[in-house]
Design a binder for this molecule. Structure first.
Ligand code: GDP
Ligand code: MG
Length: 150
């Protein structure tokens, strides 16, 4: 589902966010995360709940192929429904990554305990959320999961 409103403000940017399966499985966490997103001035432009396929996860995380955590990452990301979102606001890519906090949960908990990963991350694999890391990856990732929107 995507809103009809066209984002034509010159300073608005879009990013792909994923709420990972352990968040979606827990209605209380899911609700809290969504409230934080909206309070942080993001607009949820598109939202889709789906089980990411193995092919999609392998393609999405292809830059990490060969890393020790790759297989467990693909298996976790395909283990149940995720919520995929296109988020929009000024400087969305950087602001969403700031809100998520560091990739590694122990760093998130010590350095930014109020971040999403600091509050909701359970391990380095189950670190609650994904966010695009550059304008180029945002375009690619939105195209992968929301081809109808791109
Ligand atoms: P991100 O852009 O902050 O999500 O981090 P990366 O692109 O570096 O890694 C992608 C995902 O792989 C992360 O969100 C984690 O779920 C997982 N990951 C990255 N580094 C590690 C690690 O050292 N150990 C484990 N178990 N998972 C990792
Ligand atoms: Mg990344």
């Amino acid at each position: 589902m995507c809103t009809n409103r066209k984002w034509n403000m010159s300073n608005a940017q879009q990013t792909l966010a994923i709420l990972k399966p352990h968040i979606v499985k827990n209605p209380f966490s899911l609700n809290q995360v969504k409230n934080i997103i909206l309070k942080s001035n993001f607009e949820i432009v598109c939202l889709k709940r789906k089980i990411i396929s193995i092919e999609e996860a392998e393609s999405f995380y292809s830059e990490h192929k060969g890393q020790f955590f790759y297989n467990r990452l693909v298996s976790f990301m395909t283990s149940g429904p995720s919520e995929l979102m296109v988020l929009a606001r000024e400087n969305a890519i950087q602001e969403w990554r700031l809100l998520m906090g560091p990739t590694k949960v122990f760093r998130a908990q010590f350095e930014n305990p109020c971040s999403l990963r600091g509050q909701f991350g359970l391990s380095d694999t189950r670190n609650a959320t994904h966010g695009s890391d550059s304008p180029e990856s945002a375009v690619k990732e939105i195209q992968l999961f929301f081809p109808e929107f791109s």
